[in-house]
Design a protein around this ligand. Structure first.
Ligand code: ZN
Length: 474
């Protein structure tokens, strides 16, 4: 019998705000423990939370970007439980009336467009972080109260690769729009995975296993690659799969049972009496909408269509937004955007990386690159010489025309001069010349290379080829 896994993901993302969700403490990673706290985020008696408007805005913006519905009435609830990392003994979250519902994320996987449906994205607060030492434990409350968005998918993901691709697409969207930095090493994104397995074609879901607190997308993929066959094997051996929470051991590469979930926790949720319902006005939502940016997948498709770029080039400009924007500035002015893309990717990007400089620090403007391309197109300089000119341009900021002039790099298209060089090359290399006469076409490239060398790269390569052939065949 064939089995199919059914996977749902709950992704927690820290929002990129200056301050925390309910108080003015900084939302900043890396400070000394318990230095970014106040009576509000420490849950002292008698304090009152005040909602961070920027967090509400980023939540609504996420809703627009993920194609969600934005209810005009949302509410904050208290989720009550005792744990050392929650000083208040409850976490403020949204249970019954979240800020966004429904939605979907589209992304590419193995050349196909896939869609993951979302159930909701709700706003809550992060909790403190526990540390365990040899003989004692400690809690750092700097993270407590940081705005956290929980994005929940429908159980519609069917492979480990699909889960991985969805998470990457989600991360790209959120970083693109400035909603979160999604720095996984700083714990800004954490993921809970729900997985069950059932005989293919049946409607009923199998017992659900939860893998908690994954902090890397590759970890999610590996955990699923382990967990799916584990559950299938258990079913085939007539074992019952326990509804439980498991932990992923990244070093051992296995999941192990943490706790049984037979008795679901009762968190005694109730509406937070200290907070008003959130009822965004249409005018406010219109303002939020202005933050909607072109999403990575849409940008990729537009680059491929508008500029006729291949998949790989478009990917480069999607992953490096400022480089893509730079390309676009000039692309609208050239006839062959693909040739420009080659320049931007193969030369400019490579040089930027090599010299560890940013686009903002460039010594020449976009018009100069355009000028260089025109010099090549008009046949004034060869592509090879253009590479030299580019390096000089990059280092000094001088204009391409000035460099060509100064260094005498104008392409030699004078057939008399080229003929002399060809004669020299043939005389110096009788072997390859003979080979060509005997029908070995490849020998011509060798001779061509020699002529280019003699001309110090300045000869017009097409013309060199013609003249060589004429002399050798004549
Ligand atoms: Zn605080």
């Amino acid at each position: 019998m064939e089995y199919e896994p059914i996977i749902g993901l709950e992704t927690h993302v820290q929002l990129k705000t200056k301050s925390k969700m309910w108080c003015g403490c900084p939302n900043q990673y890396g400070a000394d423990p318990n230095t970014q706290v106040c009576p509000v985020c420490l849950g002292m008696p008698g304090v009152l939370p005040v909602a961070n408007e920027e967090a509400l805005r980023l939540t609504a913006l996420t809703g627009y970007l993920l194609n969600c519905d934005l209810p005009r009435h949302a509410r904050f609830d208290r989720k009550n439980y005792f744990y050392p990392d929650v000083a208040k003994n409850y976490q403020i979250t949204q249970l019954a009336l979240p800020s966004t519902i429904n939605g979907h994320v589209d992304f590419e996987l193995n050349g196909k467009t896939e869609r993951v449906q979302l159930t909701r994205a709700h706003l809550e607060e992060d909790v403190g972080k526990s540390f365990h030492y040899d003989r004692q434990s400690g809690v750092d409350f700097n993270r407590g109260g940081v705005p956290l968005l929980e994005i929940i998918t429908e159980p519609c993901i069917t492979t480990a690769d699909m889960a991985h691709a969805y998470l990457n697409a989600l991360k790209d969207i959120l970083t693109y729009a400035g909603i979160s930095d999604c720095d996984m090493e700083k714990g800004m994104v954490r993921c809970d995975v729900n997985i069950s397995v059932r005989p293919k074609g049946t409607a009923e879901l199998g017992a659900k296993v939860e893998i908690k607190n994954m902090n890397s997308f590759s970890g999610v993929r590996r955990a699923l690659q382990y967990e799916i066959p584990r559950q299938i094997e258990a079913i085939q051996n007539n074992e019952t799969i326990a509804q439980e929470t498991r932990r992923w051991d990244d070093v051992a590469g296995i999941t192990e049972s943490m706790r049984n979930k037979e008795n679901a926790h009762d968190y005694r949720y109730f509406p937070d009496p200290d907070l008003m319902a959130f009822e965004p006005s249409e005018a406010w939502l219109e303002e939020v909408k202005k933050g909607v940016v072109e999403l990575p997948l849409a940008r990729k498709r537009r680059f491929m269509e508008q500029y006729k770029l291949p998949d790989g080039d478009a990917d480069v400009f999607v992953n490096d937004v400022s480089l893509g924007d730079y390309f676009e500035q000039i692309a609208v002015k050239v006839e062959q955007p693909k040739a420009l893309a080659n320049w931007v990717i193969n030369n400019l990007q490579a040089k930027l990386t090599e010299s560890e400089t940013s686009l903002q620090e460039l010594k020449f403007d976009a018009a100069a690159l355009l000028e260089l391309i025109k010099l090549v197109d008009s046949g004034k300089i060869s592509t090879k010489i253009a590479q030299t000119v580019f390096v000089e341009m990059f280092d000094t900021g001088k204009s391409p025309a000035a460099i060509v002039e100064e260094k005498g790099l104008v392409q030699v298209s004078d057939s008399g001069a080229i003929e002399t060089l060809c004669q020299q090359a043939i005389e110096a290399n009788p072997g390859p010349a003979d080979d060509f006469r005997k029908g070995k076409e490849a020998a011509l490239n060798f001779l061509k290379g020699q002529v280019m060398k003699l001309s110090r790269g300045k000869a017009n390569p097409a013309l060199v080829g013609e003249v060589l052939k004429r002399i050798l065949n004549g």
